[in-house]
Design a protein around this ligand. Structure first.
Ligand code: SF4
Ligand code: SF4
Length: 110
């Protein structure tokens, strides 16, 4: 059975792979997104599908997922999640913006 340590190691390796890949593939795009110390990431809740990609690439533990009830009372999905940014931890690196498949994250002034 896979141990927690194995999973943590695999997650770390995957995070590095994604970060390198994103940096390569989207280098130009990244340079066009504002970032740095004076900025902080922001998640538009309605666009977030809780896919966890942003938390994987964030090296600073600046993103957490929280549970959110579905808007329709007919759907009961206990695993529905949304991401939120921890402002004090965010370094403005922009990786999460590049990783998000739904363009739910943007950089705003701090
Ligand atoms: S901008 Fe960087 S540090 Fe801030 S939440 Fe996104 S990945 Fe994490
Ligand atoms: S990558 Fe985007 S859609 Fe996925 S959890 Fe993060 S903010 Fe939400």
């Amino acid at each position: 059975m896979t141990s927690k340590e194995d999973l943590a190691n695999r997650r770390a390796i995957e995070a590095e792979r994604i970060a390198i890949s994103l940096a390569r593939q989207k280098g130009e795009m990244r340079s066009e997104i504002k970032g740095g110390d004076e900025t902080v990431a922001w998640v538009t809740e309605d666009l977030c599908i809780g896919c966890d990609q942003c938390t994987i690439v964030c090296d600073d533990n600046a993103i957490e997922l929280y549970s959110k009830e579905m808007k329709s009372p007919l759907l009961d999905v206990p695993s529905n999640r949304k991401a939120r940014i921890l402002k004090d931890e965010c370094t403005g690196c922009r990786l999460c913006v590049l990783a998000c498949p739904t363009d739910a994250i943007k950089m705003i002034d701090r």
